[in-house]
Write a protein that binds this ligand. Structure first.
Ligand code: SF4
Length: 371
C-alpha cells in the first residue's frame, strides 16, 4: 500500500508553531465485483456480530450506504457520539478517524469499539499533543478550556468542554454570557469564526485541518462570478476569506440541510467532498459544485478529501469484524476524566433541543390562537 506525506501545524506549550509531517495510506482501488462481495460480507458480519456501523459523512460512499442499509448511521461527529452511546449494540464499528472511535469508547466503555484502520488520524488531533496542551492550559488557569471534538482522549481529559461544529457557537455564547474567558483548541479557523460571531474572549491554539485550510478565497470569488445564483456553503474550519463569502456557514449536517431545503439550483460546497454522496441522495435535483482548493494562488495536496477518512474501506470493515482488529482502547483514568467534558456537551445540546422544541410548540399554539 502506498503512503503520502502531509504537512500540518504543530504547536508547543509556549505557543510556538512549526511544520510537522504525517503520512496517510492510500487504499488500493477495488473492482465492482470486489466492492459488491465485500459489501455483502460486511453486512453479514455486522448482523452476525450484532454490531452497528457508525459512519461519518466524509467516508467513502460505499461505507455510508452500508451503514444505512444495516441499521447504523451516517452523520456528523455530534450525532455519531450520541448514536453510539444510545444504541443497544455491544459492538460499534466506527468509520471515521481515531478521535471518533475514542469518543465512542469514552461514552460506552462496556462496548467493543472497532475501527477499519487505527492509523486514520486528523491533523487537528496531531497538532495538539496532550503534554504541551496541558502545559499551555496550566499557564492560563483563569480560562475555561474548550476543545473541539477533533482531539485525543488525553486532550479531552484536560478540557472543561468538548464542542463540535454543530454546537460550538451556542456553547461559547453561553460561556461568554456567564462572563467566562476561553482557551480554545485546536482549530484556529473555527475558533476565529466563533470569536467573530460571539465576541468572546478566546485564546487560540494554532491548529488547522489540512483539508479545509486548502480552500481558496480568490478562486472562490472567480467561481462565484461564473455561478452568480449559486448558494455558497462553507464549513467553518475553512480560512476567513472563504467563510466571508458564504451564504451558509455550518457543520456537515447544517450544510446538507441547506442543500435539501434551499431554493437555489446550484450549490458551491466548501467542505470534504465525501459529503456530496449524502447531498446527492437527499437532494437529487440540485447541482453541486466543489469549492476550489487550487488555481492561480496555489495547488492542493488533499484536494478536498481527507486522506485519513479515505483510509476507511470495506476491506477494513470486514477485517475488523472477522478478526477483531482495530479495537479502540482508552486507559480508564483518562476515559473518566475525558467523559465529563463530552457529557457536558451532550447535556447542553439535549437541553437546547428541548428548549427549541418547546419554543416551536409555543409559537404554533400562539399562531393557532391568533387565527
Ligand atoms: S477533514 Fe480535517 S478535521 Fe476532518 S478528520 Fe480530516 S484532517 Fe481532521
Amino acid at each position: 500500500m502506498n503512503q503520502v506525506m502531509y504537512d500540518f501545524a504543530l504547536q508547543d506549550a509556549q505557543g510556538a508553531t512549526c511544520t510537522a509531517h504525517a503520512w496517510a495510506k492510500v487504499p488500493a482501488p477495488l473492482t465492482t465485483r470486489q466492492r459488491d462481495e465485500l459489501k455483502q460480507r460486511a453486512a453479514e458480519l455486522l448482523k452476525a456480530r450484532g454490531a452497528a456501523l457508525v459512519a461519518h459523512y466524509y467516508v467513502d460512499g460505499d461505507l455510508q450506504d452500508l451503514a444505512q442499509a444495516t441499521g447504523g448511521i451516517v452523520s456528523d461527529s455530534l450525532e455519531m457520539a450520541r448514536f453510539g452511546r444510545d444504541h443497544a449494540a455491544q459492538t460499534l464499528v466506527v468509520a471515521g478517524v481515531r478521535f471518533m472511535g475514542e469518543t465512542a469508547k469514552i461514552l460506552s466503555p462496556e462496548k467493543r469499539v472497532l475501527m477499519p484502520d487505527l492509523d486514520a488520524t486528523c491533523s487537528l488531533d496531531l497538532g495538539c499533543p496532550a503534554d504541551d496542551f496541558a502545559a499551555f492550559c496550566d499557564a492560563h488557569p483563569d480560562r475555561t478550556v474548550v476543545v473541539y471534538a477533533n482531539t485525543s482522549a488525553a486532550v479531552k481529559a484536560r478540557a472543561d468542554w468538548m464542542v463540535t461544529s454543530s454546537c460550538a457557537l451556542e456553547i461559547v455564547s453561553d460561556l461568554k454570557a456567564r462572563g467566562e474567558k476561553i482557551l480554545w483548541a485546536p482549530d484556529k479557523h473555527l475558533g476565529r469564526y466563533i470569536q467573530d460571531q460571539t465576541g468572546a474572549d478566546m485564546l487560540m491554539w494554532n491548529g488547522a485541518c489540512i483539508v479545509h485550510d486548502e480552500f481558496k478565497g480568490l478562486e472562490l470569488e472567480l467561481l462565484r462570478a461564473q455561478h452568480p445564483d449559486a448558494m455558497i456553503l462553507v464549513h467553518p474550519e475553512s480560512p476567513a476569506a472563504v467563510v466571508a463569502q458564504a451564504d451558509v456557514v455550518g457543520s456537515t449536517s447544517a450544510l446538507i440541510k441547506a442543500v435539501v431545503e434551499g431554493q437555489a439550483r446550484e450549490y458551491v460546497v466548501a467542505t470534504d467532498k465525501g459529503i456530496l454522496h449524502a447531498m446527492r441522495q437527499l437532494a437529487p435535483g440540485k447541482v453541486l459544485i466543489e469549492a476550489p482548493t487550487a488555481g492561480n494562488s496555489a495547488t492542493c495536496k488533499s484536494c478536498a478529501h481527507c486522506p485519513w477518512m479515505a483510509m476507511n474501506g470495506l476491506q477494513g470493515i470486514v477485517e475488523c469484524l472477522e478478526h477483531g482488529h482495530g479495537e479502540i482502547q482508552v486507559a480508564e483514568p483518562v476515559r473518566v476524566q475525558a467523559l465529563s467534558c463530552i457529557t457536558r456537551m451532550l447535556d447542553f445540546t439535549a437541553a437546547l433541543k428541548a428548549r427549541q422544541a418547546a419554543q416551536a410548540a409555543g409559537s404554533l399554539v400562539a399562531g393557532m390562537g391568533a387565527a
